[in-house]
Ligand binder design. Structure first.
Ligand SMILES: Cc1cc2nc3c(=O)[nH]c(=O)nc-3n(C[C@H](O)[C@H](O)[C@H](O)COP(=O)(O)OP(=O)(O)OC[C@H]3O[C@@H](n4cnc5c(N)ncnc54)[C@H](O)[C@@H]3O)c2cc1C
Length: 398
């Protein structure tokens, strides 16, 4: 049995919710909440519940982390612990936490979502990739999709009926997405995708956000990130017909075995535009930045789990008549681990808090409700935006 100290929504995370974010200002920028203390207590309650669900997932998943994803025909089959963990999150209403109430979500701040993603990563890092992507894809649809697309897909993302993935990488286009050759063609106002993607996390999902090169400017834009469109490509079309999307392979990896990494083929697959035609790189960057912060939260969750395992083991392992945790060199290693985790968490949570405050500022500046201090708020928005650009890759790097 796993004896590791569980305590998922622990003091080090609570600190950032309780003391490191100016909730009064956040809610006042957003037009005021009935009762700020009550709102924040609701966030704590959600995170406490999430902590308990993660503890439950952790208890039943850890012994199965080595189990692989399988491809049966074109069907991606995840190991039982992934399916069971997903079901627990779905039953507790813990999917797509940032999506707004208009689509059935809680509209939670990025800071609160980040705490949840860290806890989930500690419980099951493979499951986190599926749930994290689902939330990121839903956020991109919420931001760039038409009203119709939002209404059609988002409630089903929140309820957990639909999962999502982002399809960018191709064999010749890894870091350099200017190499993308998957083509999206406009046929009398309808869009169709042809091409292939590799390394797609949760590629068996029902909704694919595909970065593809616009057929009309294909030759002129080749080798650049211009002329790329982001399109939503469902496996099943709105009228119930199967679309031309197929998983042809799943990779075997050194870790996160329960996270599907897939080769996906598109054959005249109908798709729906997200954002501007040819302006998909911008929309994709939002998705990527989200994924970068998710990867950072994942690493912190895994590190927290590893640290607790190390602390527990060293406390019970006796050599030279004392537990090795008392040996200065061992103590020093554990201290370094703890400091690194604290530092990484501080950077990530600060960045997420900035994202929330900046989003609240941006929304306020879009209204007429700013009296007198528009220039100062605009300057703050620009300053924060620079900081977020600077911190986001650092979070992933750390
Ligand atoms: C587990 C896993 C899940 C993934 N999930 C997804 C997904 O969901 N969707 C998706 O679209 N893709 C996904 N990817 C693909 C991932 O985004 C690519 O692996 C990544 O973009 C790097 O591309 P590459 O592997 O082709 O490496 P390359 O681009 O070939 O790079 C190889 C090495 O060279 C370095 N390098 C390249 N260019 C430079 C440069 N200019 N300066 C310095 N160093 C450089 C890189 O940092 C890297 O270390 C996933 C990959 C993995 C391993």
């Amino acid at each position: 049995m796993n004896m590791m100290s569980r305590d998922f929504f622990h003091r080090d995370i609570q600190l950032f919710i309780d003391h490191r974010f100016d909730w009064d200002r956040y809610f006042s920028l957003r037009g005021g909440a009935a009762d700020v203390a009550e709102e924040v207590e609701t966030y704590r309650t959600i995170l406490r519940t999430a902590g308990e669900v993660c503890e439950d997932i952790d208890g039943s998943a850890r012994d199965h982390w080595h189990e692989e994803v399988r491809l049966e025909g074109a069907q991606v089959v995840v190991p039982p612990h992934i399916a069971a963990g997903y079901e627990k999150l779905r039953a507790a209403g813990l999917l797509c936490l940032t999506i707004g109430p208009a689509y059935g979500g809680y509209g939670l701040p990025a800071l609160v979502n980040c705490a949840f993603i860290e806890m989930l990563s500690r419980a099951d890092p493979s499951l986190m990739t599926i749930v994290g992507l689902q939330a990121g894809v839903a956020q991109d649809i919420e931001k760039y999709g038409s009203d119709e697309l939002r209404r059609r897909y988002l409630p089903h993302f929140v309820s957990g009926e639909l999962e999502g993935c982002m399809d960018l990488t191709e064999p010749q286009a890894g870091s350099d997405l200017g190499g993308i050759l998957t083509r999206v063609t406009d046929e009398n106002g309808r869009y169709f995708v042809d091409g292939g993607k590799i390394f797609i996390t949760n590629g068996g999902a029902q909704v694919h956000l595909v970065l593809a090169r616009d057929g009309a400017t294909f030759e002129q834009s080749r080798g650049t990130t211009n002329g790329l469109s982001l399109v939503l490509c469902p496996v099943t079309l709105p009228d119930g017909r199967a679309n031309g999307v197929r998983v042809s392979r799943v990779e075997r990896k050194m870790g996160i075995h329960g996270s599907p990494t897939c080769v996906v083929e598109f054959e005249h697959a109908e798709a729906f535009l997200l954002g501007q035609r040819g302006g998909g790189f911008r929309a994709m960057l939002d998705l990527m930045n989200n994924a970068r912060l998710g990867v950072s939260a994942q690493a912190i969750g895994i590190a927290e789990g590893a640290y607790r395992a190390a602390r527990e083991y060293t406390a019970q392992r006796v050599q030279f008549g004392t537990p090795i945790i008392e040996q200065p060199l061992v103590k020093s290693m554990l201290t370094l681990m703890a400091i690194n985790i604290q530092a990484a968490r501080a950077l990530l949570y600060r960045t997420c808090g900035l994202i929330d405050m900046t989003e609240a500022l941006r929304r306020l500046l879009e209204t007429d409700a700013v009296n007198g201090n528009r220039a100062a708020l605009q300057a703050e928005l620009e300053h924060n935006t620079q900081l977020i650009r600077f911190f986001t890759p650092l979070c992933k790097y750390y």
